[in-house]
Design a protein. Structure first.
Length: 123
């Protein structure tokens, strides 16, 4: 520990140009481990007809209606073009104009910039 404190003060002096006249307190310690792991198999997501928006909403600062999708309703291969909102219990995904989301085989939303934007006008 004494060596670590001295090293901290040396690095602080080198980086910031001055040393602190304070005791050093260890707050975080990080350890990394690497090794072989078994292949991860993700469960297949639901397939079926593409989900429809559950409602449309108006967003502050934008004109026009924006479709709102329930994340749990989306199916493999479904593509949603922005502007749109995808909601779920722990997150909300905003698809800005010019962006799209596609549901992959594991149910992930893969966001990409679309070739042509469908912009909304500022309010």
């Amino acid at each position: 520990p004494a060596g670590a404190a001295a090293r901290f003060h040396d690095l602080h002096q080198a980086r910031y140009g001055h040393a602190l006249a304070l005791p050093v307190e260890l707050v975080n310690l990080r350890v990394g481990v690497a090794g072989p792991a078994a292949a991860l198999a993700l469960a297949a997501a639901a397939r079926g007809a593409p989900a429809e928006p559950v409602e449309v909403c108006r967003l502050p600062g934008l004109t026009g209606e924006v479709p709102l999708f329930r994340r749990s309703d989306l199916t493999v291969g479904q593509v949603i073009a922005g502007p749109a909102v995808v909601t779920e219990r722990v997150a909300t995904t905003w698809l800005a104009p010019g962006w799209r989301a596609e549901v992959d085989g594991a149910g992930n939303l893969v966001l990409t910039r679309a070739a042509a934007a469908r912009p909304l006008s500022p309010a």
